[in-house]
Ligand binder design. Structure first.
Ligand SMILES: Nc1ncnc2c1ncn2[C@@H]1O[C@H](COP(=O)(O)OP(=O)(O)OP(=O)(O)O)[C@@H](O)[C@H]1O
Length: 263
């Protein structure tokens, strides 16, 4: 089967006032349908840059990216994006924040009742149906992130791209959102690429952890295949020696193999 996303020989340079800055080089990655991938690496190594390239928010300086058989030339509804700071529109209710995207993607061929049903189902999936008439300022950070995830899932993207979606949350809220995401991923079979700094999160959620070398000119250093059975349970995994081994392998990469090069 062809991969859903292909990243081929991608390099990324930025023009800065001090000249050209090479952020990424020689990135090659195939992502299969249903796969959950996390990108991990030290700050500034280029994780968001790679995610933005897959999202089509920026275009590569060299190489190419393909999604679903087509070159990525800009953002598209087959790629849903969730950012760290939810980016909900403050003047719209939670319902309307999700509905807006649903209407944009399905509005040409579906009536209002169906669009409403899609919106409500997405909010229910992240347990936010009780608060759908509230405005962003009336709900907590974790709840906003849930709505952001609902908004991305509601347009039924082929792939969900998440840039540190839980990075701004406290540890307990983060854990409960990770568990919720595990539930949603198991139910939908979603393909996910997620940027994280959190080693436990990477092991808990991923099929593969893509470990990046330090920048400038960062690339993929190692890829760890996580073969823990799914659905995963954080409490059971806390005592699982294989989980500890995966965790140690990532820590080893980050704090031994890559630390000496860190800025
Ligand atoms: N538009 C830009 N112009 C110039 N340099 C940029 C631009 N965007 C990113 N960079 C540089 O590219 C490198 C990679 O940035 P990026 O944000 O992708 O890293 P990151 O791994 O996501 O970092 P963090 O973990 O801190 O969020 C950094 O050195 C950054 O300063």
């Amino acid at each position: 089967m062809k991969p859903l996303v292909q990243v081929q020989d991608v390099g990324m340079k930025f023009d800065t006032k001090n000249g050209s800055f090479v952020a990424l080089r020689d990135i090659n990655l195939d992502i299969s349908e249903g796969e959950v991938i996390t990108l991990i690496g030290h700050s500034g190594c280029g994780k968001s840059t790679l995610l933005n390239l897959i999202a089509g928010l920026t275009l590569p300086s060299s190489g190419g990216l393909i999604c679903n058989g087509r070159e990525i030339a800009g953002p598209g509804p087959e790629r849903g994006v969730v950012f760290q700071n939810h980016s909900l529109l403050p003047w719209l209710s939670c319902f309307d924040n999700v509905y807006l995207g649903v209407e944009r993607v399905f509005g040409a061929k579906e009536g209002r009742a169906k669009l409403k049903e899609r919106t409500e189902a997405a909010l229910a999936m992240v347990h936010m149906d009780h608060a759908m008439n509230k405005f962003p300022h009336e709900i907590s950070g974790g709840m906003k992130q849930r709505v952001g995830i609902a908004r991305a899932f509601a347009i039924e993207p082929k792939i969900l791209l998440m840039d540190e979606p839980f990075g701004a949350l406290d540890a307990l809220t983060r854990a409960s959102l990770q568990d919720e995401l595990i539930g949603v991923m198991d139910k939908t079979g979603a393909t996910v690429v997620m940027v994280t700094h959190d080693v436990d999160e990477a092991v808990l959620l991923s099929d593969r952890v893509v470990m990046m070398t330090n920048g400038p000119a960062a690339t993929i250093g190692e890829i760890l295949q996580v073969k823990l059975a799914k659905p995963r349970n954080r409490l059971a995994l806390a005592h699982d020696p294989q989980f500890a081994e995966y965790r140690a392998a990532i820590l080893e990469f980050l704090y031994k193999k890559q630390l000496k090069h860190a800025a």
